[in-house]
Design a protein around this ligand. Structure first.
Ligand code: HEC
Ligand code: HEC
Length: 289
């Protein structure tokens, strides 16, 4: 009994030393291998010099990526025929350090080029950026362009008749091809743009969403509602039914702000389409000249 504790400590110490030796050597091996790789691909392998990511944040970002980005950029980030480019070849994604390049793109910086404003807040967009960086870090040089440029993709590979059926079932409650979407293919002559446009539900500005309404409940309990004019983390501005405009400073959850953005349906739908649905609907919409 008397020498039990010293023995425990000795065993513990031996164990700790053994474990750290194993780690030391396996680390060394990885480091050597990585070193060799970095040397070989020194111009491209920016992923490996970055700090490692917070695992919980990466998991959160991965889930958000699946819902908001995968349809266009592919499950493996290599892009697809949904109009989103290969993110493993994206200069912005490859050089991003803390979200400073990716987050603005998620929040609408490339709307004019066909990448919709996804409408994620800074934290969620930052988590998606962390996930993208984590994938780039593990993929390393394999994501490097083989030297040539990507071949142009044909997005019109679906069945227009099936697309028409899908539209009748899932879109016609809100849209009409003889009404608001009449001649959509003459407005968007490029099929990839048209596809990105319908997937996103049009170009929407996160700070000033079109046709959104908002309810603001102030600390007295009074609720003020109206058309949302503009919102960011610090201020929300609305127009009341009588035409007067009001702004409220925001501090965290005060006042309570509930936005009703009609475009939200489109964001939610992104997670439900199969690739075939997307192809078919695009093929159908392309025929609406
Ligand atoms: C509806 C399709 C669509 C969705 C959804 C989408 N993107 Fe994109 N994205 C695009 C298109 C199209 C471009 C090319 C825009 C351009 O030319 O700059 C693009 C460009 C980008 C780029 C820049 C690539 C480059 O050229 O350097 C990044 C980064 C990016 N997207 C990230 C995301 C992330 C992250 C999400 C989800 C939060 C997302 N995208 C969702 C279509 C989409
Ligand atoms: C619950 C209602 C709803 C459903 C269902 C819906 N959308 Fe939308 N869609 C909207 C709203 C709201 C907008 C934003 C434009 C607006 O305010 O009219 C929009 C925008 C669009 C736009 C852009 C229109 C433009 O003029 O720029 C296209 C294209 C579109 N949707 C296609 C579709 C397709 C295809 C489907 C089915 C797969 C679909 N939508 C399902 C509500 C809906």
């Amino acid at each position: 009994m008397n020498n039990f504790y010293p023995r425990l400590v000795a065993v513990g110490t031996a164990w700790a030393v053994a474990v750290s030796l194993v780690y030391y050597f396996s680390d060394l091996k990885t480091a050597l291998a990585a070193g060799a790789q970095v040397r070989e691909h020194a111009t491209f392998n920016s992923g490996q010099v970055r700090a490692s990511e917070d695992p919980a944040r990466v998991i959160h970002g991965k889930a958000l990526y699946g819902i908001n980005c995968q349809a266009c950029h592919g499950q493996d980030l290599r892009g697809g025929d949904m109009g989103g480019p290969n993110l493993l070849r994206s200069q912005a994604a490859l050089t991003d350090q803390r979200g400073e390049l990716i987050v603005p793109i998620i929040q609408g910086a490339r709307v004019a080029q066909g990448m919709p404003n996804i409408g994620l807040n800074d934290e969620d967009a930052g988590a998606v950026a962390a996930y993208i960086r984590s994938v780039i870090a593990t993929i390393g040089s394999q994501g490097a362009p083989p030297g040539g440029s990507a071949k142009p993709l044909d997005v019109v590979v679906g069945d227009a008749t099936k697309g028409e059926k899908y539209f009748a079932l899932h879109c016609a409650s809100c849209h009409s091809t003889t009404g608001d979407l009449k001649g959509i293919a003459t407005t968007y002559t490029d099929a990839a743009q048209l596809q990105a446009h319908w997937l996103a539900g049009g170009a929407s500005n996160r700070n000033a969403p079109a046709n959104a309404t908002v309810d603001v409940t102030v600390s007295s309990g009074q609720k003020i509602s109206g058309k949302l004019i503009r919102i960011d983390d610090f201020i929300v501005t609305l127009r009341q039914p009588d035409g007067t405009q009001r702004s409220f400073a925001r501090k965290g959850a005060v006042p309570t702000v509930i936005v009703h953005d009609p475009i939200q349906t489109h964001r939610d739908m992104l997670a439900r389409y199969t690739d075939a649905d997307i192809h078919d609907v695009t093929a159908y919409l392309v025929s609406l000249k």
